[in-house]
Design a protein around this ligand. Structure first.
Ligand code: ZN
Length: 453
């Protein structure tokens, strides 16, 4: 009654009092190329869209799915005091026809050279997904014998081929073959390091396992040069804590991190952990039902996580502490510069137009390399058991922040900002602190569990 009275006063005084707030779509006239979309927002009062009552949760958040016909779709929001009209245009589907990309075999082998840093060498001629064999630096010579779909087919040895984007290489006149003069093994307190002395940069692939395997291709008298390092046997640990493979000049440096000696009482003591708050600056990320920006919620949770980990004795580094923009590579590079053992990226989830935000909720944890999967599982486990979050699975995905081998790298989508119930949780500082605690507990349980069973 009181609320109705206040609204009435506001109305009479002509104060702009928005009873319902629509945060998505962002404008009243938009084009959306999908068979369905959704309205995301919050409202203090009951209201209807095209005469249909819109369900809200206790805090007023809503996500309402609507079908879209081709052409203009008009949606009238009405709460009997306020009326708003949204016009969404669904374009006529365009048909693109083309010929299927054929695989072309060259009559003669060609030599090409990578023209950029971090060029993906892929298992299939497609620029997407989990098909990366390794990332090559600038100046690696490759022998190619065919092409398809904008990719060259790379000859690794008699049996193995790979693919490289034609945009990432230039044709050269040189030979691709290198000489291997020998290698050094350096055993320090933190790493096992191998230095392979070559006279030219070559393509390489590293395979994870209890025995780590390095293959250096195009090495004279070998096809390929294969080096097996019995990691588990040497270190006494089944868990791999990160590795790197890179050229410094023509030397290939292969570093494998040694396992930590864990203090069971304080498992995080002295462990370097990088915490990355997703997005920032002009990059806002998703928007919640209440209009909060993902970048801000990510930073709040990341700061809580920083404090929680510090309390437990970890040495914490944050990739950002303010609302500033940082590129993905810069974030990973900074974590590596700090020599982080763990890299955690904090995000909030959203969905494309064709999915239902009411049916998607909970936490998902992403990883890329298998060595990071047990950590992802441990974190998700605590998020579901301690916070009652829906288990939205541990997923393997090719995201820049998790494609880092130097540290165990995971990206946590804490919840769905556009799910009405998750959005209520994500904005509460109590929940943010509890999420940070669950993540820290997950990391702790990962360390205490490893090698103990
Ligand atoms: Zn995000």
């Amino acid at each position: 009654m009181k609320r109705v009275f206040l609204v009435l006063i506001a109305f009479i005084l002509g104060i702009h009092c928005n009873a319902f707030e629509v945060v998505y779509p962002k404008a009243k006239n938009v084009t959306i190329n999908s068979g369905t979309t959704f309205f995301i927002g919050n409202s203090e009062r009951d209201f209807k869209i095209n005469g249909q009552p819109v369900p809200r949760n206790k805090k007023g958040a809503f996500a309402y799915v609507v079908p879209l016909n081709i052409g203009e779709n008009v949606f009238t929001f009405d709460d009997s005091i306020q009326k708003e009209i949204y016009k969404i245009t669904r374009p006529t589907p365009k048909i693109y026809s083309g010929t299927a990309a054929k695989q072309i075999d060259f009559t003669e082998y060609k030599v090409v050279m990578t023209n950029a840093e971090n060029v993906p060498l892929r298992s299939t001629p497609i620029d997407a997904g989990i098909n990366r064999l390794s990332h090559l630096p600038v100046g690696v010579n490759l022998t190619v014998n065919g092409e398809q779909n904008g990719f060259y087919r790379v000859v690794l040895d008699n049996l193995e081929t790979a693919w490289i984007s034609k945009n990432n290489v230039i044709t050269v006149k040189e030979n691709a073959e290198a000489n291997l003069k020998g290698y050094d093994f350096i055993d320090t307190d933190k790493f096992y390091t191998f230095v392979f002395h070559l006279d030219k940069k070559v393509p390489f692939v590293i395979a994870e396992g209890s025995t780590m395997e390095l293959k250096l291709y195009n090495v004279k008298d070998y096809s390929p040069y294969t080096f097996d390092f019995p990691y588990s046997e040497t270190s006494g640990s089944k868990t791999l804590y990160g590795y790197s493979g890179e050229f410094i000049g023509n030397d290939f440096i292969w570093k494998i991190r040694k396992p930590h000696v864990i203090d069971k009482k304080y498992p995080l003591k002295g462990i370097k952990i990088a915490v990355d708050a997703g997005h920032g600056g002009y990059e806002c990320g998703a928007v919640s039902c209440f209009g909060e920006k993902e970048k801000d919620i990510n930073l709040l949770i990341a700061k809580d996580l920083h404090n929680e980990l510090k309390k437990r004795g970890a040495d914490v580094y944050m990739t950002r502490t303010h609302d500033t923009y940082h590129g993905l590579k810069e974030r990973v590079d900074k974590a590596n510069e700090q020599d982080a053992v763990i890299l955690i990226s904090i995000h909030g989830n959203a969905l494309p137009d064709n999915l239902d935000p009411n049916k998607n909720r909970g936490t998902s944890v992403f990883y890329y390399y298998n060595m990071s999967k047990p950590l992802a599982n441990a974190i998700l486990n605590k998020m579901t058991s301690q916070l009652g979050m829906n288990n939205d699975k541990v997923r393997q995905a090719s995201l820049a922040l998790v494609r880092n081998t130097n540290a165990l790298s995971v990206l946590i989508e804490v919840g769905y900002l556009i799910n009405p119930d998750d959005s209520v949780l994500l904005r509460e500082s109590e929940f943010q602190k509890a999420a940070a605690k669950a993540i820290a507990d997950g990391i702790e349980s990962f360390f205490t569990k490893q090698d103990s069973e």
